[in-house]
Every structure is written in C-alpha cells, then in structure tokens.
Design a protein around this ligand. Sequence first.
Ligand code: UFG
Length: 328
Amino acid sequence: MNILVTGGAGYIGSHTVRALVNKKHRVVVLDNLSKGHPAAVKEIELVRGDTSDRQLLKRLLTGCNIEAVMHFAASSLVGESVRLPSDYYRNNVVNGLTLLDAAVEAGVRYFVFSSTAAVYGEPIEVPITENHPATPLNPYGATKLALEGAMRWYGEAYGLRYTSLRYFNAAGADPAGDIGEDHEPETHLIPLVMKAALGLIPQLEIFGDDYPTPDGTCVRDYIHVNDLADAHILALEAMAGGAGSNIYNLGNGNGYSVLEVIETAKAVTGSSIPVKYAARRAGDPAVLVAGSERIKDELGWRPAFPGLREIIETAWRWHSNHPGGYEK
Ligand code: UFG
C-alpha cells in the first residue's frame, strides 16, 4: 500500500516506518522535524513540512496515490500541554482536522491514529479497558480525544475508516540499535534512567514516593515501541481486509513502579543510578495499566517484548551506542 506517515521521523513513527518498509509498503514521511530526526528514516522518502499545510497535503496525498495515513505528528507532553493549551489544540486538533479533511478529499481509505492512555484521566479501575470513561485531566489527553471524536463522525459521514491506538508507556528501541528514543528535552523515565546510568545527568529525580502503590512510586505499563509498530500494521491490514473502525488500548497489562524500573536498569546496565526524591509531578496518576485484550482478540496482536527487562535491554543498546542521540 502507499502510506503517508506524519511524524514518521519521530520516535514511534520511525519504528513504524521501518516495520512498514519491512512489509514492502511504500512509505512517504511527512515531518516538520521539530522533534523528528532525518537520521531515523534514512533511505525513506522524507518531506519536510507541516500538517497545517493543506496544499502540501493535497499534493502528497494525490501525487503519491496515498491509500492510508498513519498520523503520529503531534505535541505530546502532558506538563507542557497544561501550560500551552493553545499550542496543543492548534497542533493536535486544528492540524489534525486539516489532515482529516485533506484525506477525505483525496479519497484516502484508512487512517491509523496515535492516541494515548491520557484520554482516560485518573482511572477508576485498573486494568483500564477501552470502555473506561474518557475524562482527560490535561489538554494533551483532551486534544487526542477530540480528534478521536472527529474521526468517528468523519467515518459516519464520509466513510473514512480509522483505528485509534491508545498507547500506554512507549519504551525501548529497535533491537538493531540504530534507531531509538531521542527527545529534546527528554522527560520520559526510561531514557532518563539510561542517561543517569551513562553519567550524562548527575541523578534521576523520582517524582513522588507517597503514592498509594506498593513502594510509593507511580506504576506504569511499559510497551515496546516495536510492538506498537506491529499493532499499526495489524490495524491497517484489518481495515484493508474489511474490518470497521475501532479503538484499541496498547499495553502489556503489567505495571512496574519507578523503583522497579530503576532496579531493572541497574541489572541491565551494570551501572549505579543515582537518585534523588522530588515532589510529585502535576498530573501523574498513581497507576496506569492497560487492558489490551480487545486488540489481542480481534487483531491477534501479540507483544514480542512483553517484559520490562527486554524493553530496557533494547533501550540500553540504543542509548549506550548513541549517548548524544542521533545528530551529535
Ligand atoms: N518519572 C520520574 N522521574 C522522571 C521522569 C518520570 O519519577 O525524571 C516518573 C513519572 O512521574 C511517572 C513515570 O516515571 O510516574 C513515567 O513517566 P513518563 O514521563 O516516562 O511517562 P508518563 O507516564 O508521564 O507519560 C506517558 C506518555 C504520555 C501519556 C501518559 C499518560 O508518555 O504520552 O503516559 O498519562 F500521556
């Protein structure tokens, strides 16, 4: 299939691009390179541009005979979204609608969307299934939920078929070790733990030790980035085979605390990881664990890296080989 991947030079996008190319799809990446890295998509057709550019979208979608869009391009930091809701609504909702409109106009048939566990807000029960109420606590989650709503109604009115994938905590890197996570600034736990193990930051700050969890630190469901990538392909194949639109959670169903992540990283890296306890970070729910039975049952998704240790091993391979990230 001919597939446009927005945000394809970013962390999750680039891993999905690789999986698509391995499956012999033709991929065109659209990325404004605000976060993405050209080196993450070497030998792939990369167009530098923005999803706000309707003319560019039209040219790409029709000129490349695009049949499916995978939409990763978005702003995705919870804390930043609380400070800058205008930026998040513009980039995630307004630009998302521009892309949806262009896709409908160009006759694109399938749309796969990067959504997030942040749509659920503070869970009232775990594991969180897709039927859990969606009451986001921050603009990031709210903007992702808003585009999910738009996709639903676009589907009803214009026949666009979509799959929304609600990721829990994406982590790890391709085992080949040449692509991985490189954010500036980095705010995510596992890459920061890797940087602490490498001595690139003096210590890891643990945000809160008084949560109602077994060791007092937050519990998250870490999912390998290649397992996320595989789910995108399964979603596309299912729609191409006649399946309707759907929403799926993506996690492993296992929760690990911040301290468990640090202990596992110590074992993997053989390094000490200096830590400092700090205040809770605003907007962090105590526990986020996915119920991903729906995608397992309906699409046959099976994670290849379900364990925290193997996820951290692949992250370590990337970070220890690329301590300065892609460009340095
Ligand atoms: N943490 C620390 N110290 C750090 C960084 C993180 O203790 O330096 C803790 C956080 O408080 C949290 C856990 O590690 O408890 C994981 O934090 P991340 O920033 O790695 O991930 P989040 O759980 O905050 O975010 C993820 C996705 C978001 C999504 C969110 C849902 O990255 O896109 O889950 O709440 F919105």
